[in-house]
Design a binder for this molecule. Structure first.
Ligand code: GLN
Length: 250
């Protein structure tokens, strides 16, 4: 099966080598006989809501976010229509913030957002930095851990009733107070976790792939054939242990 991926702003949003997530998806898809067809989508490119099975956007500093914010806001209708039609979406940090309604940076400048995720982000004085461990329940009754690294000044406030990606076990998460991290709307997930996120969380990489495949086939998401994942499990253990021993303070 060919899985069509739109990588938004690969030339602007790639802090902490977030494009490594695409490399993980490509290999894990290939090991199951699927091919990822990855296209960059940048400033001025048209956003066809039917053209992708997965949209991916990485993280970046305020400066890079400011450079692309008006363009991503102009792609708003296309991105929301894609999500409503079941396209999988993964957005990390700066990209996560811009898929919310708005981002107010440290200088008080307001950047427009896409409004896919029901949240707003306002930068605070101190950055929230360090290893993070979450507990997620993306499939009802199945709780799984996610480990990663966060570095953000933005405090993200979810609307009442919004679904977070997970509960913070260690680290700051969305705002350092709510105990929640990230946001999920259907097959769209936003998170502060870099690292990159997917090499050390193989179950989550496969969850994202399964959502993208579901869009490609028009069927419900199905579990993918298991892989050995020994190195990935070790990377996860080390990352989770670092988060557990860091404490959750500034
Ligand atoms: N500029 C944003 C913040 O600091 C996002 C940073 C990032 O993507 N790491 O809140």
């Amino acid at each position: 099966m060919k899985i069509r991926v739109g990588h938004l702003y690969p030339d602007y949003l790639n802090i902490y080598a977030d494009r490594g997530n695409i490399a993980v998806l490509t290999r894990r898809a290939a090991w199951r006989g699927h091919e990822l067809d990855v296209r960059g989508l940048s400033i001025g490119d048209a956003m066809d809501p039917a053209a992708h099975d997965l949209l991916y956007v990485g993280g970046g500093q305020d400066r890079e976010q400011a450079l692309i914010a008006h363009d991503i806001a102009a792609k708003r209708d296309g991105i929301i229509a894609a999500a409503e039609a079941g396209t999988a979406i993964l957005a990390v940090c700066g990209g996560y913030q811009l898929l919310g309604r708005s981002y107010r940076d440290f200088h008080g400048a307001d950047l427009p957002g896409v409004g896919l995720f029901p949240l707003e982000t306002v930068a605070g004085e101190r950055r929230m930095i360090g290893d993070v461990l979450l507990e997620c329940e993306l499939d009802a009754g199945v709780r799984r851990p996610l480990a990663g690294f966060e570095n953000h000044a933005g405090r993200t406030h979810l609307d009442d009733g919004a679904e977070p990606l997970g509960r913070v076990v260690a680290g700051f998460g969305n705002d350092g107070e709510s105990g929640y991290e990230g946001c999920r709307v259907g097959r769209a997930v936003g998170t502060y976790l870099h690292g990159p996120l997917l090499p050390r969380n193989p179950w989550f990489a496969d969850w994202v792939l399964a959502q993208a495949l579901a869009h490609a086939t028009g069927r419900d998401p199905e579990p993918l054939e298991p892989l050995a994942d020994e190195l990935e499990a070790e990377a996860h253990r080390i990352s989770a242990r670092r988060a557990e021993t860091r404490g959750g303070r500034y």
